[in-house]
Write a protein that binds this ligand. Structure first.
Ligand code: A2P
Length: 283
C-alpha cells in the first residue's frame, strides 16, 4: 500500500481523505483546521453537507497553497440535470473559494427512492460533469452510492469514464458486488463511514485483530480498506484520533485475517432495504 493511488486518468489521489459530513456542527472550520494541522490534505465535502464554506475558510487560514490540497465535492439530488448541475458546480466553486475541484461526484444515482426516469437524469448530469472535466475545471469526475446497474447506464452512454465510485465501506459491509464491478473496470472505490461509525468495532473478531496487530479497531478498519484498494474517508473531531487514522503503514493484515474479516455479518446503513435504492440514510 502506497501514499497515493492513481485514478484511471493518471491523477494521483492521496490514499486517505478526511470526511467532513456532520463535522462537529457549530465549529466545523475549527475541526477542519485541526485536520489540516494533523496532516490531512485531502478533504471530502458535498453541496449537501453545508461544510464547503468552512473548508474554504480553513484552507485560506492555513496559508497552504490550494494546489497542495485534494478537494472533492458532490452534486446533490435536487441539483441533478444538465443546467442545474452547471449552476450547482459554480455555486460549489464559489463556496469553496476556488476555481477548480480535484474531484466532482454525482452524490446519489436517484433523486428519490421511486424516481423512474433516473437513467436519463443520471446521463444528463454526467454530461455536465464531462463538460467541466473537458474545460479543465475539475481534474477527475465520478459517482457516489452507485450500484453496478447504475454505473452500467453511465458506461454505456459516456465519453469520459467515471474515475471513482464512493460507497459505504467498512469491515462488515464491504459491498463485494460493487467493489469487484468497479475494480474490474478501473473505477477507484472510496469508502464513506469506513469505521462503520464504530459499531463494527464491538465485534469480537475486530477486538482480536486490534490486539494481535497492536493497533486500534479503527486502524484495523482503515487498513482493511487500504488492503482492499479502497480509499477510506474517516471523520473525527479529535486531533489524536485524526492522527491515529493516518497511522496505517506500520502493519499489514495477513491474507488469512483479511479473509476472516470478510466473514463478518454484513450490515450497513445503505443495505437495509432489499433493492438498496431507497434513501435509507440522509448522507
Ligand atoms: P470522534 O469525532 O469523537 O473521533 P464513520 O467515519 O465511520 O462514520 O465514524 C465516525 C465516528 O467515529 C465519529 O463519531 C468519530 O468520533 C469516531 N472515530 C473516528 N476516529 C476514531 C478512532 N480512531 N477511534 C475511535 N473513534 C473514532
Amino acid at each position: 500500500v502506497q501514499d497515493c493511488f492513481e485514478l484511471n486518468n493518471g491523477v494521483q489521489i492521496p490514499c486517505v481523505g478526511f470526511g467532513t459530513y456532520k463535522a462537529a456542527q457549530g465549529n466545523t472550520a475549527d475541526v477542519i483546521r485541526t485536520a489540516i494541522d494533523a496532516g490531512y490534505r485531502y478533504f471530502d465535502t458535498a453541496s449537501f453537507y453545508g461544510t464547503e464554506p468552512f473548508l474554504c475558510e480553513a484552507i485560506k487560514d492555513s496559508g497552504i497553497p490550494r494546489e497542495d490540497f485534494f478537494i472533492t465535492s458532490k452534486v446533490w439530488k435536487t441539483e441533478m440535470g444538465y443546467e442545474q448541475t452547471k449552476k450547482a458546480f459554480q455555486a460549489t466553486l464559489e463556496r469553496l473559494g476556488t476555481d477548480y475541484l480535484d474531484l466532482y461526484l454525482i452524490h446519489w444515482p436517484l433523486p428519490e427512492p421511486d424516481y423512474e426516469d433516473w437513467k436519463a437524469l443520471d446521463i444528463e448530469t454526467w454530461r455536465a460533469l464531462e463538460e467541466f472535466y473537458k474545460e479543465g475545471r475539475v481534474r477527475a469526475i465520478g459517482l457516489s452510492n452507485f450500484l453496478p446497474h447504475h454505473i452500467e447506464n453511465i458506461l454505456q452512454n459516456c465519453e469520459v469514464c467515471p474515475a471513482v465510485d464512493q460507497i459505504e465501506f467498512h469491515p462488515g459491509y464491504s459491498q463485494e458486488a460493487v467493489l469487484s464491478y468497479c475494480q474490474e473496470r478501473g473505477i477507484q472505490v472510496q469508502g464513506w463511514s469506513p469505521l462503520g461509525r464504530m459499531r463494527v468495532s464491538k465485534e469480537p473478531l475486530m477486538l482480536e485483530m486490534a490486539e494481535k496487530y497492536k493497533v486500534t479497531t479503527a486502524q484495523i478498519c482503515l487498513r482493511y480498506a487500504l488492503q482492499r484498494k479502497v480509499i477510506p474517508l474517516p471523520k473525527s473531531s479529535s486531533m489524536e484520533r485524526m492522527k491515529q487514522n493516518q497511522e496505517l503503514f506500520g502493519f499489514e493484515i495477513s491474507a488469512e485475517d483479511m479473509y476472516r474479516l470478510e466473514t463478518l455479518p454484513q450490515t450497513g446503513w445503505s443495505g437495509e432495504h432489499p433493492d438498496r435504492e431507497r434513501v435509507y440514510f440522509d448522507k
